[in-house]
Design a binder for this molecule. Structure first.
Ligand code: 2OP
Length: 240
């Protein structure tokens, strides 16, 4: 059994943003309103996949550019490869829509519940500070979030170990005192490898990665998170 820290003052819960609290694929409807062809969902999925791939590659290449730049370049790739013509104005509009991504229905209630339990949730994201700020403000989730931590502060993207170390430092915690809650398996694997505790949010019932350590807990909705963290707070192993 893992020896969990029971004192809330000595632990921190950080949330990944895109895919965990807000839905990047939620942009599909706006893509369909803006572009012809009815391929919003395909384009949004490819856009997100390419965005992550570019962030990984730029980190390996040590050629960091911020997440808005990455998001713009990934959109242009997704449009070109789905045969959609994109004007400068439309590209700008769609990238701006990233600041208005919808929150998942379970995000706000779960954040409110864990705050009521005494946690002071933080966000830790690949998003650049202005993107994080805007999407949290627009979705209303910002009211529940005590700290916003962006990888932009160290110019590497997750899952580089330095990003998780940075988040722990920013929270003034040891890395083992921080629990990352993320929907993105690559993020859970990265945080776990860096020494964080992890909760994987598997809303879609997908397969977990076959590299890296297992999450401390798996939930299918953020609605399960308060109970998981309550079990954690009593000093027991995270409930599976
Ligand atoms: C985030 O950092 C990886 O998209 C994810 O918000």
């Amino acid at each position: 059994m893992i020896d969990y820290v029971s004192d809330l003052e000595q632990s921190a819960v950080v949330f990944d943003l895109y895919g965990t609290l807000v839905d990047p694929i939620g942009i599909a409807a706006e893509v369909d309103r803006t572009l012809p062809g009815g391929r919003g969902s395909e384009l949004a999925t490819l856009w997100r996949t390419k965005q992550l791939e570019y962030s990984f590659r730029l980190t390996v290449m040590r050629a960091y550019r911020d997440f808005r730049w990455v998001t713009d370049k990934a959109l242009r790739f997704a449009a070109a490869s789905t045969g959609v013509e994109l004007s400068e104005e439309t590209a700008r509009h769609l990238v701006e829509c990233y600041d208005r991504l919808p929150a998942f229905a379970d995000s706000g209630p779960a954040l409110a519940a864990i705050r009521a339990d005494g946690h002071r949730p933080a966000v830790f994201s690949n998003g650049s500070p202005d993107m994080v700020e805007r999407v949290l403000a627009h979705s209303g989730l910002g009211a529940h979030i005590e700290r916003r931590i962006s990888v932009d502060e160290i110019e590497e993207f997750k899952p580089a170990p330095a990003t998780y170390q940075h988040a722990a430092r920013a929270l003034d915690m040891g890395i083992g005192q921080v629990t990352l809650v993320s929907c993105n398996a690559f993020d859970v694997v990265g945080a776990n490898a860096a020494g964080m505790r992890t909760v994987w949010v598997n809303r879609a019932g997908t397969t977990y990665d076959t590299i890296g350590g297992q999450p401390d807990a798996v939930v299918t909705s953020l609605a399960e998170l308060p109970d998981v963290l309550r079990a954690y707070g009593t000093g027991g192993a995270i409930a599976q």
